[in-house]
Design a protein around this ligand. Sequence first.
Ligand code: NAP
Ligand code: SF4
Length: 669
Amino acid sequence: MTPYPNLFRPLDLGHVTLPNRVLMGSMHTGLEETGDWARVAEFYAERARGGVALMVTGGMAPNREGGVFPGAAGLYSAEDIANHARVTGAVHEAGGRIAMQILHAGRYAYGPNCVAPSPIKSPISPFPPQELDEAGIEKQIADIATAATRAREAGYDGVEVMGSEGYFLNQFLVTHTNKRQDRWGGSYENRMRLPVEVVRRVREAVGADFIVIYRLSMIDLVPNGSTWEEVVTLARAVEAAGASILNTGIGWHEARIPTIATSVPRRAFAWVTRKLMGEVAIPIVTSNRINTPEVAEAVLVEGCADMVSMARPFLADPHFVAKAQRGAASRIAPCIACNQACLDHTFSGKLTSCLVNPRACHETELVLAPAKNPISLAVVGAGPAGLAAALTAAGRGHRVTLFEKAEQIGGQLNLARQIPGKEEFHGLVAWFEAELAASGIALRLGHDATVEDLEGFDRVILATGVTPRDPRIPGQDNAPYYTDILTGRVTAGDRVAVVGAGGIGFDVAEFLVEDASPTEDLPAWRAEWGVGDPERTRGGLAAEGPQPAAPAREVTLLQRKDGRPGRGLGKTTGWIHRATLAKKRVEMLGGVEYLRIDADGLHITRDGEPALIAADTVVLCAGQEPFRPLAAELEALGVTFDVIGGADVAAELDAKRAIDQGTRLAAKL
Ligand code: NAP
Ligand code: SF4
């Protein structure tokens, strides 16, 4: 008996029955653009083997003008169809089902030939779109229908028509982007004509026995977005036009409200999907920040949806569904919603992967085969790098002993999980604990390994982490480091200066200004960001705007570099951290020089002028240095060893690099 009876209830779609209620949502991985179709096929096949009922591919362009960027993958030629057939063949052989997403980017297409209902440039693209004429609109519809036909030819089980997130179809729906006065603009009936016609023509093209998902923007989170009445009207029209499933889209890409970042509460938008339940007869899928089987089951039990979409959780663990089904949820590698190796990569033109699972999208390259000659291995340090190395090595059959001087595993992850909005790190540490317990690794907690401990092992890996950098500011003797603040050894006063505005400086500032984490309190989070009810205000933007709670402290965040702090933060999440601190009235100063710390606070110069940052506490977050005290001794004894993680290179260290380096080293042992 599964602990998640609703999640594992089959779903009858008429011509086909899905074995469970889990959909893998569309993700742009960049794999198709590599041209390595064996790799694309393995990515999806591995997830099919993991038991997900239905997968949706990354968005495929229906034509050149609609591609998200120049050269974006699409089904244009017989060769494209043959390549995609390799993917669908591998998925079907693995017992899975897969639908192809058709994504027309409209004015979000990153190129000069982009098209839209009206020639209004998006705030997130430098390219003003060309306004389509009647023939141009017909071409877009025909191209989308053709893409669906080709998807069927390539063996897909269905298509998803991307109608949300502010892309082409969504751009027709709202007056924000559609200023037309012809039959494609003006009244809502006219504005929804294009999406509805697209679905009708797609259904006509593919026949009855083919899944057609429509991804519908249920809360636009932009000015002049759809009303709830319009959302319901569209849902019914799309159903009548032939859609078999409605999927949920939340927020346009240009919205200034986070929708999937780790600081967004789990299942933060399931209540929006729930409003649509009962309005149509076809199954409805909910989405966004659902990352455990418990949460997925809960949204089904509460009637928020018929099916649950998760995307990034399948990067973190392709076998999410199979593990949930056999009651091994604690063994599911959790997606912590950090975006660091997935969306941040996508938006930097890099292949997607996953911080937690470096094998994601590297399935054919990073292969963890059983070791030919098992060895005895000592790993020193149970932070992310050491944990990844130890678990990977043990999984391959090596005999591993893991030393950790603290009483708990996790290293810097234990600091990260103290930050409001980073609660997902608790789950990551818990997962590492579960993996360790099942691994056969000899874990020596509370043991500061010595050279004598390491003698006799075939191989040694040092993953001893980092130590805070000493910024050597005169008078800093009583100033706490971030480690003192985040472990609770020191409590900050009411006015705080934070020295250093890297990832940790930002984290510490957030820790200091929040009394309680809004991520743990959905109403508080919605108030903080101004998420209203689309039934009351267009697009679901709260009429009163964001209403952040008062800051717990007065904080100033400083760096020596010129410019506003926060430029080096994550590509897709940096703006959220900057906006969060701005809401809490944190002053962010660049181009400063630190003179001294005294009872009055932090003395600096800025633009050549001396200034005092009045503060009761000055927190030092000036970066980190590698910590590897055993290295010299081992070297002297002639013991060969590897150094990984922060102990290797501390600059720009994060858990992504640590886990990747640990895994890759252990893959070769
Ligand atoms: P960091 O990003 O390298 O930032 C160090 C900060 O200290 C910078 O603001 C730097 O700016 C300042 N600094 C460096 N040397 C200094 C000195 N001698 N005296 C005074 N200030 C000095 O390091 P971090 O904040 O410790 O973070 C470490 C890593 O953890 C990050 O690189 C990041 O990858 C990861 N992390 C990421 C996140 C995230 O949000 N994704 C969050 C936390 C941590 P100036 O030199 O201009 O003063
Ligand atoms: Fe999730 Fe982070 Fe992995 Fe992306 S990189 S899938 S957000 S854990």
